[in-house]
Design a binder for this molecule. Structure first.
Ligand SMILES: NC(=O)c1ccc[n+]([C@@H]2O[C@H](COP(=O)([O-])OP(=O)(O)OC[C@H]3O[C@@H](n4cnc5c(N)ncnc54)[C@H](OP(=O)(O)O)[C@@H]3O)[C@@H](O)[C@H]2O)c1
Length: 321
C-alpha cells in the first residue's frame, strides 16, 4: 500500500480533438502487477510517479471534438483518476440500455472476451468433455465455466473459499468445485472430481494447482494458459515439478493466449456474450469497492482472493441519465 500515492491535480483541459471523461467505474486487474516491475512482460512497465492506467467506464463531460456529446457514456483505457482526457479513437460508446454499464469492464469487456476466446479458440471444448478451470470464481474463470456448461461439458473449478465453491456449484452450475486452500490432497480431490480425466484445462493461476491438473490430462487434452497469478508476486521463478513428459504421453497441447490477439473479433464475441447475459444464460457477478482512494486496496485484494467475479472500483455516480 505504501507504494501508492494519491495526488490532487486540476481537472484536465481537452486539447483540440479530445474529450474529458469523468470516471464512474474503473477496473483493477492482476496483469497490472506485471506493469509494476521492470521485467519482460507482454505489457510495458509503468513509470514510477506517473498515473496508473485501467479500463474505465465514464461519461464525457467536455468535448473539444464533434465526435462526442457531453453526457455520452464511454469506455477505454484511461487513468486511475477522477477525470482523464482521451481522443475518440481511444474510446468506445457504452449503451446503458443493452446491459448495466459496469459489464463493459467485465463480462462484456476484456475479461469476458478473454474467457470466450481462451476457452473456445484455445481450449476447443467438445460436448461431454471435462473442463477444469482454476481461479474459477474470478472474472475470467466464472465466465469460462459458464460457457463450458453452455457447450455441454462437465465443469470443475478450483477457488479459494467455501463461499466461492458454493457460488460455483449452486449459482453457476459447475459440476464440482474444489477449495484449494482447505483440501488436504489436491490430487486426490481432483481425481474424484474428474473421474474421466481432463480434456480442457483453462489455467488462470499456475503453480501447484496446475501441477495437479497436469496429472489428470487425457490424451489430446488442451491447456489454455491465460494467467499465472500464483507466481506474479514471486521474486524468483520456482522450478516446480517438471511436467513436459506428460505432454508426450498424452499428446496434449499447451498454448498461451492474449485477449488482444483476437481484437478483430471482439465485436462479434461481445454480441454473443451480450445475448447470453440478456437471456439469463450467463450470470455476471461483480465485487464493487467504493472510492478512487480505495483502488490500491481493491487491486491488492485480487492477490488475496477478496473478490468474487469482476473486481471494480466505483469512483462516481452517473449524472447523465
Ligand atoms: N491472457 C490474457 O489475455 C488475460 C486477460 C485477462 C486476465 N488474464 C489472467 O487471468 C487470470 C484471472 O484474471 P481475472 O481478471 O479474472 O482475475 P480474478 O480471477 O477475478 O482475480 C484474481 C483471483 O486469483 C485468485 N488468486 C490470487 N492469488 C492466488 C494464488 N496464489 N493461487 C491461486 N489463486 C490465486 C483469487 O481467487 P481465489 O480466492 O480463488 O484464490 C483471486 O480472486 C489472471 O491470472 C490474469 O492475469 C489474462
Amino acid at each position: 500500500m505504501e507504494n501508492f500515492e494519491l495526488v490532487e491535480t486540476a481537472v484536465p483541459e481537452p486539447a483540440p480533438g479530445e474529450v474529458v471523461v469523468r470516471t464512474l467505474y474503473l477496473s483493477v486487474d492482476p496483469y497490472m502487477r506485471g506493469r509494476m516491475r521492470d521485467a519482460e512482460s507482454y505489457a510495458e512497465p509503468w513509470n514510477v510517479g506517473e498515473p496508473m492506467q485501467a479500463g474505465v467506464v465514464g461519461e464525457v463531460v467536455e468535448a473539444n471534438t464533434p465526435d462526442y456529446e457531453p453526457g455520452t457514456l464511454v469506455t477505454g483505457q484511461l487513468e486511475w483518476a477522477d477525470y482523464s482526457t482521451a481522443s475518440p479513437s481511444e474510446l468506445r460508446e457504452v449503451d446503458p440500455d443493452v446491459a448495466p454499464i459496469t459489464t463493459a469492464l467485465g463480462v462484456l469487456g476484456l475479461t469476458g472476451l478473454t474467457a470466450y476466446f481462451g476457452l473456445l479458440e484455445v481450449g476447443e471444448p467438445n460436448p461431454g468433455d471435462t473442463v477444469v478451470v482454476s481461479g474459477a470464481a474470478g472474472a475470467v474463470g466464472s465466465v469460462v465455466g459458464q460457457i463450458a456448461k453452455l457447450d455441454g461439458c462437465r465443469v470443475v473449478g478450483t477457488a479459494g473459499s467455501d463461499a466461492k465453491t458454493e457460488f460455483l456449484t449452486e449459482e453457476l452450475g459447475f459440476d464440482a468445485a474444489i477449495n484449494y486452500k482447505t483440501t488436504e490432497d489436491i490430487r486426490a480431490t481432483l481425481a474424484e472430481a474428474t473421474p474421466n480425466g481432463v480434456d480442457v484445462y483453462f489455467d488462470n493461476v499456475g503453480g501447484e494447482i496446475t501441477d495437479a491438473v497436469f496429472d489428470r490430462l487425457n490424451v489430446d487434452a488442451r491447456v489454455a494458459v491465460c494467467g499465472q497469478i500464483a507466481l506474479y508476486n514471486l521474486e524468483e521463478r520456482p522450478t516446480g515439478p517438471r511436467k513436459l513428459g506428460t505432454l508426450i504421453q498424452k499428446r496434449a497441447k499447451v498454448e498461451g493466449l492474449l485477449v488482444s490477439d483476437f481484437a478483430t473479433r471482439w465485436s462479434e464475441a461481445g454480441q454473443r456474450l451480450g445475448r447470453w447475459v440478456a437471456e439469463g444464460k450467463l450470470t455476471n457477478r461483480e465485487t464493487v469497492t467504493d472510492g478512487l482512494e480505495n483502488a490500491p486496496g481493491a487491486f491488492l485484494g485480487l492477490f488475496e482472493g477478496e473478490n468474487v467475479g469482476k473486481q471494480l472500483v466505483k469512483v462516481a455516480e452517473r449524472t447523465a441519465e
